[in-house]
Design a protein around this ligand. Structure first.
Ligand SMILES: Cc1cc2nc3c(=O)[nH]c(=O)nc-3n(C[C@H](O)[C@H](O)[C@H](O)COP(=O)(O)OP(=O)(O)OC[C@H]3O[C@@H](n4cnc5c(N)ncnc54)[C@H](O)[C@@H]3O)c2cc1C
Length: 440
């Protein structure tokens, strides 16, 4: 282990006679990308005394396309990092999920559990991501902003990753950074994983969603709101929608589609959003004049849609490893939780004396992920296939929206909120997850 040093911002010197450049920075671990997954990984690694370089292409604070909704799972992850989530510190609390579908609405409070707090939050990614990155820095991680990683550095003979090549904003040429292990926390497209030959899997779910913000009197809603069916007059549109009050005069409004939907890939998402919002009550103010941000979209990689999560010294975390929950599109909690699982694995691995032992511990990371989410995500993949059939989805919505007990169960299942030894609903969700076939 090395001592914490200030960020290394020196330009790399030129190549030697053999064409090799000395690394601009060395560390025990390089984490590429300082979103929720990377910042959390770096935080826990630094806390256990490792020297961590956290490389981020943008500069904080920065925007990120998101719904900005945080369930009790994410609250737990934030609290675990010692982050104050009080209202005085700018966090807006919610009590649960309001579901709208089949012409009905139902308010479902977050379940009362020992394992998770009974409230959720909203926070813009502009604020959330900077808070997490600064927390990692406080713990001792060396955050370098404005550095885009362009590819892996690999051992000539074994092909193992030994570092990364990067380009710093406003600088000529490229730098290299070296480390014992490298973490890909660079989000959905994960160029670093692709550079190591790890592409997305076509047999796993993927969503695409767009969102924007409107000035609206609904901004201080104390429930997250989810729309199960979207209508343009009497025509059913594809997809699912959300309206999350930001508490600052605006609401985050968006919609998404899954790749099991027939409309996926041939939909104009902007037009779809406008059609859906046209039918909203005028007093909510979801009009072009009240829109405060451009409509922007991105993909949601779900249900482990990039594997293996460990390959030749590279470990995948968060969206890079396709860890969004297929049931509800939530990704922040899973990015943070997988970051903690990964950091604990690396800490144990790098403390082993022999290389073969280190390797054995690192190779256990996919299994640890599978233990945490494998069965649940396998169920999620079945769910995603089922709701891709509009008839089945309409039947399920009509049937469940008049049954509050069934919907309370559905909330536990869809938001993955149960106690290990909880009530009958908890035991059913846990039992189903355990029984589901669980390939890594
Ligand atoms: C429209 C939409 C709405 C969503 N709504 C919600 C929601 O309400 N709640 C929820 O929990 N989840 C939501 N999600 C999912 C959530 O946004 C992601 O799951 C989450 O951001 C994953 O975190 P991450 O750290 O893995 O990746 P990211 O947040 O994508 O972070 C990756 C980081 O890596 C950096 N990076 C990328 N490439 C490089 C490179 N080459 N070099 C250096 N740095 C690099 C990026 O700048 C970024 O900072 C939504 C997603 C979308 C698209």
């Amino acid at each position: 282990m090395t001592e914490h040093a200030p960020p290394d911002t020196r330009p790399s010197t030129g190549p030697d006679a053999a064409g090799r450049r000395p690394p601009a920075g060395e560390a025990d671990v390089i984490v590429v990308g300082a979103g929720p997954a990377g910042a959390t990984t770096a935080f826990y690694l630094a806390q256990s005394g490792l020297d961590v370089l956290l490389l981020e292409k943008s500069r904080f604070p920065r925007e990120k396309v998101c719904g900005d909704g945080l369930t009790p799972r994410a609250v737990k992850a934030l609290v675990g990092m010692g982050i104050s989530v009080s209202e005085q510190d700018g966090w807006v609390r919610n009590k649960g999920l309001r579901v709208i579908g089949a012409g009905k609405r139902m308010e479902l409070p977050w379940p009362e559990l020992a394992s998770y707090p009974g409230y959720g939050l909203v926070r813009t990614r502009h604020d959330l991501d900077e808070t997490l990155a600064r927390r990692a820095q406080q713990a001792g991680a060396r955050l370098v902003e404005g550095v885009t990683v362009t590819g892996p550095v690999r051992h000539e003979r074994t092909g193992r990753i030994t570092g990364v090549v990067a380009r710093a904003a406003g600088e000529e040429g490229e730098r290299t950074y070296a480390a014992r292990v490298v973490v890909a926390a660079d989000g959905n497209s994960s160029r670093l994983s692709v550079g190591m030959g790890l592409s997305k899997r076509d047999d796993r779910p993927l969503g695409v969603a767009v969102r924007t913000y409107y000035k609206t009197p609904r901004h201080d809603d104390d429930y997250l709101e989810s729309w199960l069916d979207l209508w343009d007059g009497d025509r059913l549109l594809p997809g699912y929608g959300w309206i999350f009050g930001m508490g600052d005069g605006t609401s985050n409004v968006g919609l998404g589609l899954l790749n099991t939907s027939a409309a996926f890939g041939n939909t104009d998402y902007h037009a779809l959003l406008r059609k859906w919002l046209k039918g909203m009550p005028a007093e909510w103010g979801f009009t072009e004049e009240n829109r405060t941000q451009p409509i922007r979209g991105a993909a949601l990689p779900m249900g482990f849609n990039r594997t293996p999560h460990y390959y030749q010294g590279l470990l995948l975390v968060g969206d890079a490893g396709g860890m969004v929950n297929p049931f509800n599109g939530e990704g922040i909690a899973y990015a943070m939780e997988s970051g903690e699982i990964l950091a604990r694995t690396i800490t144990q691995a790098l403390a082993r004396a022999r290389r073969a032992e280190t390797e054995r511990v690192l190779a256990g990371y996919p299994h640890a992920l599978s233990q945490a989410y494998g069965g649940y995500y396998a169920l999620g993949r079945v769910f995603v296939k089922a709701i891709g059939r509009p008839g089945l989805m309409r039947f399920a919505t009509r049937h469940s929206m008049s049954r509050p007990a069934l919907m309370a169960f559905a909330l536990k299942l869809l938001a993955n909120l149960t106690d290990p030894r909880g009530d009958a609903a908890d035991r059913l969700v846990n039992g189903l997850s355990r029984l589901a076939p669980n390939p890594e």
